[in-house]
Write a protein that binds this ligand. Sequence first.
Ligand code: 5GP
Length: 226
Amino acid sequence: MNPLPEDWVCGYVADMPELKIPRRGLMLVLSSPSGAGKTTIARALLGRDSGIAMSVSCTTRPKRPEEKEGRDYHFIDETAFDRQAREGAFLEHAKIFGNRYGTPKVAVENALKAGRDLLFDIDWQGNRALKKLVGDDLVSVFILPPSMETLDHRLRARAQDAEDVVRKRMARAEDEISHWDEFDYLIVNENLEESVEAVHAILKAERLRRTRQTDLPDFVCRSRKS
Ligand code: 5GP
């Protein structure tokens, strides 16, 4: 069942605020194997489109040096995670690399209520679970590295994880990639700027989808009379 109300409205059709056609909010999922560039693409997209905000997940994974509490994740322990999961505080949650990750429900509802679309950096399990919950309110994009060699290179260059973690992530990448056909769009991240532009184009086009524009019948009716 879609937890978002039937008549959910999130601001107006982007780039045409003067028309004031209300539309439903959009949940944009970015998924990829670790190291394919998804986090960089997500940050760049947030920087160039003020109409979309990041959904900040909870995780039991230790914080990396460059990460900030509340910006990258809410870092919590197993006990707190368990309690929140039991209380139904997550829209979905999954175990990845032995750590737990969950999408906070209230934060998502609040952001959509405030008139913003939402961006999710989650894995295929999260994408599958959210799709089941919200159906067409969700649009998913899978980011592929140009090759497995490039991925291995990027993970090592990043050097923020121990060697055995890098190896595990490479092994997991194969599994992650095997779910490519569960996503609406697929981008091979060869050139960062082009990939960001492609994700932005998807977001802009999806905002204009007829079925998201809740007042369209009235608008068309009014404009035909005037
Ligand atoms: P990392 O530990 O590198 O930040 O993330 C590991 C994986 O967990 C990534 O594929 C990321 O997209 C995924 N992830 C992050 N937050 C969530 C979440 O709330 N739910 C799910 N299902 N996956 C998540």
